[in-house]
Design a protein around this ligand. Structure first.
Ligand SMILES: Cc1ncc(C[n+]2csc(CCOP(=O)(O)OP(=O)(O)O)c2C)c(N)n1
Ligand code: SF4
Length: 477
C-alpha cells in the first residue's frame, strides 16, 4: 500500500509571509477552531479543481479577517458584512474568476444581513462559505443572530431569551426561500464523517462557480472553543448535542444540473440612453469631433470641489456631458454633505476611452478648487504632473505643491463681472477646457442650448465659458 503524503494543500501559501511575527508556518486560529479545518478543505479543493490562480477570496471582519495570510489566491479584505457586495463587483468585473465570499455569522447574518440577501437574490456568480459558530468570535463572544436559545454569551449572560433577543436565524432556510440561488447546503465540522460531507459540499459549490451557474452557499457549523468556554472535543460534542437540532444538516437546494451558465452581457454603450437615464438632457444633437490637438491628459480623472451652491456638481455634469458627446465613456460621482446649501460638495468625473472601473477620482489629473477648504483637502491627492485650477477670488493662499501646474483663476470674480455668481460652474468648465485641450470652446458653446433653456440664460453661460477659457489661455501665453 502506498504511504500517504502529508503536505500543505496547493491552495495555501507555503509560508504565511504576510503574517507578522515569527510563526509564519501556522495560523492565528485557536486550537480546536473550525475556521482552520474549513480553510484546509477550501485550499484542497482549489488545488484539485486547478483554480487557485484564478480564485479571489474576499475575507470578512471576524476571526477569519486574516484569511488572506493563508490562501495562495487573489485576496481582498473588506469592511464588516460587505463581502457579498465586493464579491459581486469582483465577479462581474472578472467573469473568468472564481470568487469566494468567506464570512462568519456576525458578519453575514447581522451587519451584512441585507448584503447576503441581495447577492443571493441576484444569483451572483459567487460562492459563500458561511461559518456558523453561533457567536461573535473575534470580539470576545457576544450574541450573534445564530446564537441558540438559552445560550450564554457576553451580551446574554442569562442565556438568549427569544422574548427580548429573538430566535436563532436560519440563514440557509431563509436563502432557500429565494428563487435565484443554485446551491444551498448546511454541513458541520464536528466529526470526520461530517468534515467529509463538508469537503464534498465545498467542491460542489466551487464546481458550480467555475461553471458560472450562479450563487452557491455552504453554511458550516463550526466550533469556537474559546468563546464557548469548552475544550476542543467538548465543542465538537456541543455541536452534535445542541446545534444539529436547530440547524439540521443537508442539501437544501441543488439546481446545478438544471441551470444554464449565467452570462451577463455587457450592454453596448448608447450615449443617448445614458443621457436619458441620467437625466442629462438631449445633448447637442450633433456628433462632435474631438479636437485635433492631443489633450494634456488623454483619459482625465477630475475632482471639482467647493461649497454647496457654487455649481460644483453641475460643472461636473457639463464635463461629463461633453465627454459623452465626444464618444468617451464617462462617470460622474457626486459627494455632498447633508446640508442643502453652504456645506461642502465635490464630484469626481472620469472621461475615458475603455472601461471605467473606480468612479472616484482618488488621484485626479485635474483639481478645480472653488474654495479654500476644498483646496486644502484635495491638493495633496492631485496626481504628480497634474493641474490645479483654483478660485483665486475666494482662496487667498497659494498652493504649495511644486510638482503640479497651478492656475489661479478668479472664477467667482469672472462670474460676478457677468452679473451672476451662479455661472461659476461654466467659468470653471471653460477654464478646464483651456487648461487641458480636451474640449473645444465652440463645442461647449454648441452644447449649451441642450443644457439650459431660454436664450438669455444660454447667452450668459456662453459668456461665462468664454471668460474662463480666455482667462486660462491668457495665463498660458
Ligand atoms: C463596522 C464594524 N462594526 C463592528 C465591528 C466589531 N466586530 C469585529 S468582528 C465582529 C463579529 C465577528 O463575528 P463573526 O462574524 O461571527 O465571526 P467570527 O469572529 O465568529 O469568526 C464584530 C461585531 C467592526 N469591526 N466593524
Ligand atoms: S475565537 Fe473562536 S472563532 Fe475565533 S479563532 Fe478562536 S475559536 Fe476560532
Amino acid at each position: 500500500m502506498k504511504g500517504a503524503v502529508l503536505r500543505k494543500p496547493g491552495g495555501f501559501n507555503d509560508i504565511y509571509k504576510h503574517k507578522p511575527g515569527a510563526d509564519k508556518d501556522r495560523t492565528h486560529y485557536c486550537p480546536g477552531c473550525g475556521h482552520g479545518i474549513l480553510h484546509k478543505l477550501i485550499a484542497e479543493a482549489l488545488e484539485d479543481l486547478e483554480i487557485t490562480d484564478r480564485t479571489i477570496v474576499i475575507s470578512p471582519v471576524g476571526c477569519s479577517v486574516f484569511a488572506y495570510y493563508y490562501f495562495n489566491t487573489g485576496n481582498l479584505q473588506v469592511p464588516h458584512g460587505r463581502a457579498p457586495a465586493v464579491a459581486t463587483s469582483v465577479s462581474r468585473a472578472n467573469p473568468g474568476s472564481v470568487v469566494i465570499s468567506y464570512q462568519g455569522d456576525g458578519d453575514l447574518a447581522a451587519i451584512g444581513g441585507n448584503h447576503i440577501l441581495q447577492a443571493a437574490n441576484r444569483g451572483e456568480n459567487i460562492t459563500v462559505f458561511f461559518v456558523n459558530n453561533a457567536i461573535y468570535g473575534m470580539t470576545g463572544g457576544q450574541m450573534a443572530p445564530t446564537t441558540l436559545e438559552g445560550m450564554k454569551t457576553t451580551t446574554t449572560p442569562y442565556g438568549r431569551n427569544p422574548a427580548t433577543d429573538g430566535y436563532p436565524m436560519k440563514v440557509a432556510e431563509m436563502l432557500n426561500s429565494l428563487y435565484a440561488p443554485t446551491f444551498i447546503a448546511r454541513t458541520s465540522l464536528h466529526d470526520i464523517a461530517n468534515i467529509r460531507k463538508t469537503r464534498a459540499a465545498v467542491r460542489k459549490a466551487l464546481q458550480y462557480n467555475m461553471e458560472k451557474k450562479g450563487f452557491s452557499i455552504v453554511e458550516v457549523l463550526s466550533m469556537c472553543p474559546s468563546n464557548w468556554k469548552l475544550g476542543a472535543v467538548e465543542s465538537q460534542n456541543w455541536i452534535r448535542d445542541h446545534m444539529l437540532e436547530v440547524y439540521p444538516l443537508g442539501t437544501l437546494r441543488d439546481r446545478g444540473a438544471e441551470v444554464a451558465p449565467r452570462v451577463r452581457p455587457r450592454p453596448e454603450l448608447d450615449p443617448a440612453r445614458v443621457r436619458e437615464t441620467l437625466g442629462l438632457g438631449e445633448g447637442s444633437g450633433v456628433k462632435l469631433e474631438r479636437p485635433k490637438e492631443t489633450p494634456v491628459y488623454p483619459n482625465p480623472s477630475v475632482r471639482i470641489a467647493g461649497f454647496g451652491g457654487q455649481g460644483v456638481l453641475s460643472a461636473g455634469v457639463v464635463l461629463a456631458n461633453l465627454g459623452l458627446e465626444y464618444g468617451y465613456n464617462v462617470s460622474w460621482l457626486p459627494s455632498y454633505g447633508p446640508e442643502m446649501r453652504g456645506g461642502t460638495a465635490n464630484c469626481s468625473v472620469k472621461i475615458q476611452d475603455g472601461t471605467i472601473g473606480d468612479t472616484e477620482a482618488t488621484k485626479p489629473h485635474v483639481l478645480i478648487a472653488l474654495n479654500r477648504p476644498s483646496m486644502e483637502k484635495f491638493e495633496p491627492i492631485v496626481a504628480s504632473g497634474g493641474t490645479l485650477i483654483y478660485n483665486s477670488t475666494l482662496i487667498d493662499v497659494t498652493p504649495s505643491r511644486k510638482d503640479i501646474r497651478v492656475l489661479a483663476v478668479p472664477i467667482t470674480g469672472l462670474a460676478d463681472e457677468l452679473g451672476n455668481t451662479k455661472v461659476q460652474s461654466m467659468v470653471a468648465a471653460g477654464a478646464f477646457a483651456a487648461a487641458t485641450g480636451l474640449f473645444a470652446l465652440d463645442d461647449i458653446i454648441r452644447l449649451l442650448p441642450s443644457l439650459y433653456s431660454g436664450e438669455a440664460i444660454v447667452k450668459l453661460n456662453e459668456k461665462a465659458v468664454k471668460a474662463g477659457f480666455d482667462f486660462v489661455r491668457g495665463i498660458k501665453s
